[in-house]
Design a binder for this molecule. Structure first.
Ligand SMILES: [Zn+2]
Length: 421
């Protein structure tokens, strides 16, 4: 094995060991579940803080529970007063995979170690960030930690509650954070150079194209709606078909309409998903009086997403009239496209080319990431890592040791590119 090959294998093996150590910290035995501001989150944060300290960084936890390990610029230059942010998240979904989020945090720590090992000093400061709430599982809000870092946190979110009725505010206090000081934890815009994140692809494209890594072009625009349909309950045996106001049949028509709208998209990036449905009263011999379903629409550009939603509303109006039901649509979340900065895409592309021999095309991220919040603060760039069969949010999530080694090397090479400028 060449020297470079040995380095990559060693980095991959280190990453694997750290991923396993983190995966052992869970609320459930035999499965990985680590939600925001829980005792498991605390233990994972402590482990990560220890690793950052061992890497020579000065470490603190901010008031949203984000672990921050930093080092100042190692040499003079025009960006000596600026800081490059590198991060990802250590919270997980329920019964999660071990690489989602965690790999990005581990990669940042290994990259800093690598610079120290090689005796390379950087002309800007580096802060590693281990966010605690990317997934938004415990509370009905997402990207809490990165929103605080980016200075866009909406304080009204402090009053949301988890399933046990605990407010986000109380959970923060119990974690040792001070919700009144969240504002102080935002980075000043002028002091930040950019934000980099390594993350598994969570989709099948890299595996299909036989590439270990890709630069991300943008995080898809996304909106989420709740569609409520009110019909009329009735006896399943006595109400003639022509006289029914069946809420579920109306919902079925709209679900198929959403699918058809997304399939017609010429740009091929539009996706529409109904993943949740509730029917009332929910008895086999009663015509459904009420149906409620979620609708998630994403696309590579905001115009395609907005247009698809308009089309869906027209379909809803049609169903409303033809089926004599009342359709209401509430938009509960709307996130515009977050585009990766061209300069960072270029640096990442060059780094991936150096590490893998070919850079290939950038990928769009259909999944949401902390970069959506960070984009409000600074330029951001992402390195996607191939994962087996594109499986994620699932214990079967898997990344090879070799690909993890390549990911760390690509992050190191990207930071070197930025240091050259
Ligand atoms: Zn993630």
């Amino acid at each position: 094995m060449s020297g470079a090959g040995r380095d990559r294998a060693a980095l991959g093996a280190r990453a694997q060991a750290m991923i396993e150590a983190l995966a052992a910290i869970s609320a459930e035995e035999g499965a990985l579940t680590r939600l925001y501001l829980t005792p498991e989150h605390r233990r994972a944060a402590d482990l990560v803080a220890g690793w950052m300290q061992d890497a020579g960084l000065s470490v603190r936890m901010d008031n949203a529970g984000t672990v921050r390990g930093g080092q100042p610029a190692g040499r003079p230059g025009r960006n000596a007063n600026k800081t490059l942010l590198v991060g990802s998240h250590i919270d997980t979904v329920v019964d999660a995979g071990r690489y989602d989020g965690n790999l990005g945090v581990v990669a940042g720590i290994l990259a800093v170690e690598e610079f120290h090992r090689r005796g390379i000093s950087l002309p800007f400061g580096v802060d590693l960030l281990a966010f605690g709430d990317e997934e938004g599982v415990r509370f009905p809000v997402t990207l809490t930690s990165s929103s605080v870092v980016a200075g866009i946190f909406d304080e009204r979110a402090l009053d949301v509650t988890d399933a046990a009725g605990i407010t986000l505010r109380d959970a923060l206090v119990a974690f040792g954070c001070d919700p009144a000081r969240l504002k102080d934890d935002a980075y000043p815009r002028a002091g930040v150079l950019g934000y980099l994140e390594v993350h598994i692809e969570q989709g099948p494209v890299l595996e299909r194209e036989n590439r270990p890594l890709a630069s991300v072009s943008a995080i898809a625009s996304q909106n989420r709606h709740v569609v409520r349909i009110r019909g009329q309950a009735g006896h399943a045996g006595t109400v003639p078909m022509a006289l029914r106001q069946d809420a579920l049949a109306a919902a079925a028509e709209l679900i198929v309409a959403a699918e058809a709208i997304a399939r017609r998209d010429k740009g091929n990036s539009l996706v529409a998903t109904v993943g949740q449905i509730e029917v009332k009263p929910g008895a086999p011999n009663v015509i459904p009086a009420e149906a409620r379903f979620s609708l998630d629409i994403r696309a590579a550009n905001d115009a395609a997403r907005v247009e698809a939603f308009q089309e869906f509303r027209l379909a809803a109006r049609r169903v409303d009239t033809t089926r004599h039901v009342v359709v209401g649509i509430e938009t509960v979340m709307e996130k515009p496209v977050a585009a990766c900065a061209p300069s960072l895409q270029k640096a990442i592309g060059a780094a991936i080319g150096k590490v893998t021999g070919r850079a290939g095309q950038s990928l769009m991220s259909g999944a949401g990431h902390d970069g959506q919040a960070m984009a409000q603060l600074t330029d951001f760039g992402m390195i996607f890592v191939r994962c087996r069969a594109g499986i994620s949010h699932n214990p079967r999530e898997f990344v090879t040791v070799e690909d993890m080694g390549a990911a760390v090397e690509a992050l190191v090479a990207t930071i070197e590119e930025l240091a050259r400028e």
